[in-house]
Design a protein around this ligand. Structure first.
Ligand SMILES: [Zn+2]
Length: 448
């Protein structure tokens, strides 16, 4: 039994604005005289080595009890005060369940492992990031610098307040550390205006994802496929051409910056990962989705672009003629000429011959674009299918009144998919009974 077990802190300092859990603990350690790092770790987390877990400390239940839950519940702290909060929205339901089951356990795998992060190779758990202008402001306001959560998220390479690239702190010492106050730190690379704009877009998406509910990764993938085609980056016949995808991405501002950057993400610069990301049915590192989304849709207005990532179906994209479409300029997501060839052919085989591709290729590409080859060819019974889709979703909502939109997307997948492609307006009608005021996001508290 640890000598600190069951001990509650007599005074629990509040969070300093948007600081991370690690920052709070390092600040606590500093305020209490920078004594033994081990003692602080044992007191707060029942682990003498807690200071080594810089992104998300384990044994949060001990911390929550020691701080008398004054800083939030275990789940709230993990999701809103550590970088884990930007991974959880991408987790498949089964993995998320595992994470929930482990929340209040003091043993078992670490958070990073539960989120499948170690395998990615994109995560550098020994480094932390800061902006020196923020540090100077913190010193003036609090007398102590803090590690800001927005700066520790994957995809966060610039300070959104000062437009400066973040500085990296790397150290393997077993100690509680706060951002260095030394103003002589130099940035490793000069940043162009285009690069800054592109990086700010990614950083603000990363921040917005913290604390959001599950994302519909399938819908994100579909939207990307159509976006690539609408912008002429890939053709309809070859939706996933590695050379085309890589050469497009290599020419982007983000790629230019990644190439000169110093971190495991440098290897994303050549765009060679995009092909696999879009082809694989399994999840991948959140950073890849965010970088690809923000680069591809850089021409869209920022807020709408982020909103579409978080909730693709509920945030339709308005085309130039004022028609709301979900996936792009040509619903269903197939060019009109090719649409006609398929609709007029008596069999899929005949259509494939006319298009000069094999039947299996055609079927696969229709599926990749989110279209069921068979239903695509039946245009009769549209209204009937629409009513059926609406009523499937309504019955689900009736049976599960507290359900989220993400749950509807998962449990009524067929109906949602069909609407997405054929009748986007029917979705609004189907979910109108959901309480729109219900908060789907738990933003960080702001202090002014
Ligand atoms: Zn700053």
């Amino acid at each position: 039994m640890n000598k600190h077990a069951g001990k509650e802190l007599p005074y629990v300092p509040d969070w300093r604005a948007d600081e991370t859990l690690y920052s709070w603990a390092a600040g606590y350690h500093a305020i209490h005289g920078n004594g033994s790092a081990r003692d602080t770790g044992a007191l707060l987390f029942d682990s003498e080595h807690a200071c080594r877990d810089r992104d998300a400390t384990r044994n949060l239940i001990h911390f929550a009890k020691t701080t008398q839950f004054a800083l939030g519940s275990v789940q709230w702290i993990l999701f809103n005060r550590t970088a884990i909060g930007s991974f959880t929205p991408f987790l498949a339901e089964s993995r998320k369940q595992k994470l929930y089951e482990q929340l209040e356990c003091c043993t078992g795998p670490g958070w990073r492992q539960l989120c499948g992060m170690p395998a990615s190779g994109l995560h550098d758990s020994s480094s932390m990031h800061y902006c020196d202008v923020c540090v100077a402001e913190d010193l003036a306001n609090w007398g102590l610098p803090r590690w800001r959560l927005p700066h520790q998220l994957p995809g966060s390479w610039v300070c959104l307040e000062h437009g400066l690239t973040l500085l990296t702190f790397r150290s393997h010492v077993s100690h509680w550390v706060l951002p260095p106050i030394d103003r002589s730190a130099t940035r490793s690379s000069v940043i162009t205006c285009d690069e800054r704009v592109a990086l700010e877009r990614i950083a603000s998406l990363a921040l917005q994802l913290v604390g959001t509910e599950s994302l519909d990764v399938d819908a994100i993938r579909q939207a990307l496929l159509v976006g690539l085609r609408d912008r002429g980056i890939t053709s309809w016949r070859y939706p996933l051409n590695n050379a085309q995808l890589s050469s497009w991405f290599s020419g982007s501002a983000v790629s230019g910056w990644l190439r000169r950057s110093d971190g495991p993400w440098q290897r994303l610069a050549d765009g060679g990962w995009i092909h696999d990301l879009l082809r694989n049915r399994v999840g991948d590192h959140p950073l890849k989705w965010m970088v690809l989304w923000c680069t591809l849709f850089a021409d869209e207005e920022g807020t709408a672009c982020h909103q579409r990532f978080i909730n693709p179906v509920a945030a339709p994209h308005w085309d130039a003629s004022g028609q709301a479409t979900i996936w792009g300029a040509t619903p269903p997501s197939i060019p009109a000429d090719i649409h006609d060839v398929i609709a007029n052919a008596s069999t899929l085989k005949e259509a494939a011959q006319a298009l000069g591709v094999s039947v299996s290729t055609l079927r696969q590409r229709l599926t990749e674009l989110g279209t069921n080859p068979r239903s695509f060819r039946q245009d009769a019974g549209f209204e009937q299918r629409k009513r059926k889709a609406i009523s499937a979703i309504r019955s689900f909502i009736e049976a599960h009144p507290s359900c989220s939109r993400a749950e509807i997307h998962r449990k009524c997948k067929a109906a949602v998919e069909w609407m997405r492609l054929n009748a986007p307006e029917a979705y609004t009608e189907a979910v109108e009974s959901l309480d729109d005021l219900r908060s789907r996001q738990m933003p960080l508290p702001t202090y002014h």
